[in-house]
Ligand binder design. Structure first.
Ligand SMILES: *[C@@H]1O[C@H](CO)[C@@H](O)[C@H](O)[C@H]1NC(C)=O
Ligand SMILES: *[C@@H]1O[C@H](CO)[C@@H](O)[C@H](O)[C@H]1NC(C)=O
Ligand SMILES: *[C@@H]1O[C@H](CO)[C@@H](O)[C@H](O)[C@H]1NC(C)=O
Ligand SMILES: *[C@@H]1O[C@H](CO)[C@@H](O)[C@H](O)[C@H]1NC(C)=O
Length: 362
C-alpha cells in the first residue's frame, strides 16, 4: 500500500471515530424528544452508519475496495481463519420464562428441541444488537402466543458488533452456519416450508445467506423471510448473491423504513412495503429511529393484523397523488401473504399504535 493511500485510509478511520462521537452527542441531545427506552446503546451506535454512509453509499464497489484494504473481505477472512465462529455463535430458544442458550454446532440437543415444533421461527438481530435486545423484546411476546410454533433468536452479539465493515463480512459466515444447521434438520424431516426467519438490518442478510445455503445443500427453499429494513451500506447495488434476495425463500416480504441510508432502498423481496415512502418515518429525527421503525411496525402487526393495509403502487409520489387508489390492498406485517407481488405504500402515525387502518392506504 502506498503512503498516500495509507494516509487516506487512516483519515477515513479518523473521520469514522469522530463522527461516531459526534453522533452519540447528537443522540443525547435529542433524548427529550424521544422514548429512550426503545433504543439500546447498540442500536444508537448504528446511527454512525448514516455518517459514514457517503463512503459506502456509492455502492458495493467502494465498499469492497475499502474492505480489501483492511483484509476483511470474505475471501481474505476465510484464508486467515480469523475467528472460529462456531464457538461464539449461539441460538436462543425463547420461552415465556426466559431464553435458553444453545450452541449452534453442538446441535443434538437443539435438533431435539426443534423437532417438537411444527413451525420454527428464528429472529435475527442487527448490528450491535443481541438475542435479548430491543428488536427481539418487541416481537417475541406476541409471537410466543402463536400455536405450534417454536421461537428462536440467533445470538451474534460477539460477532456483529463495533465495526460495521467487518460485521458486513461476518454476515456471510453466520448465514452459512445457520443455513447448514437448517439443512441438517430438513434432512432429518423438518418441513422447510415451516421455517420462517425474521431479520432486522444485517440480520436480514444473514437470513438471506441462510436461505441460499439451504437451497444449495438440500434443493429446497425455506418458507418465508421477513426483512425489517435490511441493511443498506455494503449491500446496495450488489448482485443477488451478495445480499438478501427474493429467491432465498418461498416468500420474502420486506419493510423499508430507512431506505437509502441505513436501509436498502431497492426492492429485493416478492413484496416490498414502503411505509411513509420508506426513507424516513414520522416522529423520527435520526436514522437509527427510522431504521428501528420497521420492527416496531412489524411487532404491532402481530397483535393488530389489520392495522397496516398498504396499496400497490409504482412509487410514493403516485401513491400520494391518489393514482393508485384502485389498486389491490395488501396487509403489511405478519399476516402478509404472497398474492399480488410488487411494491406497496402506506402512511402511518408517528407514535404507537402506528397503524392508521384504511386511512393510511390512500
Ligand atoms: C453499481 O453497480 C454497477 C454494476 O455492478 C456498477 O457499474 C456501478 O458503478 C455501481 N454503482 C455504484 C455507484 O457503485
Ligand atoms: C480455515 O480456512 C480453511 C481454508 O479456507 C477452511 O477449509 C477451514 O474450514 C477454515 N477453518 C475454520 C475453523 O474456519
Ligand atoms: C460449541 O460447540 C463447539 C463444538 O462442539 C465447542 O468447541 C464450543 O466450545 C462450544 N461453545 C460453547 C459456547 O459452548
Ligand atoms: C413515479 O412513477 C411515475 C410513473 O411510472 C413516473 O412517471 C415518475 O417519474 C415516478 N416518480 C418518481 C419520483 O420516481
Amino acid at each position: 500500500m502506498t503512503l498516500k493511500r495509507k494516509l487516506i485510509v487512516q483519515h477515513l478511520e479518523l473521520v469514522y471515530i469522530f463522527k461516531y462521537l459526534f453522533f452519540v452527542g447528537l443522540y443525547a441531545a435529542s433524548l427529550p424528544h424521544r422514548d429512550p427506552a426503545k433504543f439500546s446503546l447498540g442500536s444508537m451506535v448504528d446511527a454512525t452508519m448514516s455518517m459514514i454512509h457517503p463512503v459506502v453509499a456509492a455502492g458495493s464497489n467502494r465498499c469492497e475496495a475499502f474492505k480489501s484494504f483492511f483484509g476483511i473481505t470474505y475471501e481474505q477472512m476465510q484464508e486467515k481463519n480469523k475467528t472460529n465462529f462456531q464457538d461464539i455463535l449461539n441460538i436462543d430458544l425463547i420461552t415465556k420464562t426466559g431464553n435458553i442458550k444453545y450452541n449452534l454446532t453442538a446441535s443434538h440437543r437443539l435438533t431435539r428441541v426443534m423437532a417438537q415444533a411444527q413451525t420454527i421461527v428464528i429472529l435475527i438481530h442487527g448490528f450491535m444488537e443481541s438475542s435479548d435486545g430491543w428488536m427481539v423484546q418487541a416481537i417475541a411476546p406476541e409471537m410466543l402466543k402463536k400455536p405450534n410454533t417454536q421461537l428462536f433468536a440467533l445470538d451474534g452479539r460477539k460477532i456483529i458488533n463495533i465495526e460495521y465493515f467487518r460485521s458486513s463480512t461476518y454476515v456471510r459466515f453466520m448465514g452459512e452456519i445457520l443455513g447448514e444447521f437448517l439443512s441438517d434438520i430438513i434432512r432429518d424431516g423438518q418441513d422447510p416450508t415451516r421455517i420462517y426467519i425474521i431479520g432486522h438490518s444485517l440480520g436480514s442478510h444473514i437470513a438471506g445467506v441462510a436461505g441460499k445455503r439451504v437451497r444449495e445443500l438440500t434443493g429446497e427453499q425455506i418458507g418465508r423471510i421477513t426483512a425489517l429494513d435490511p441493511a443498506g451500506p455494503c449491500f446496495s447495488n450488489v448482485s443477488a448473491s451478495g445480499r438478501l434476495d427474493r429467491s432465498d425463500a418461498k416468500y420474502v416480504d420486506v419493510i423499508h423504513s430507512n431506505g437509502g441510508m441505513l436501509g436498502l432502498k431497492e426492492p429485493v423481496g416478492h413484496k416490498d412495503f414502503y411505509p411513509n415512502g420508506g426513507a424516513s418515518q414520522p416522529g423520527c429525527y435520526i436514522s437509527v429511529c427510522d431504521h428501528s421503525r420497521a420492527w416496531e411496525l412489524f411487532a404491532e402487526s402481530i397483535s393488530s393484523p389489520k392495522h397496516f393495509p398498504a396499496r400497490k403502487c409504482e412509487n410514493w409520489t403516485m401513491f400520494g397523488q391518489g393514482f393508485c387508489s384502485r389498486n389491490p390492498i395488501s396487509y403489511m406485517g405478519l399476516e402478509s401473504d404472497s398474492t399480488y407481488p410488487g411494491l406497496y405504500f402506506l402512511a402511518t402515525k408517528k407514535s404507537a399504535p402506528f397503524g392508521l387502518g384504511s386511512a393510511g392506504s390512500g
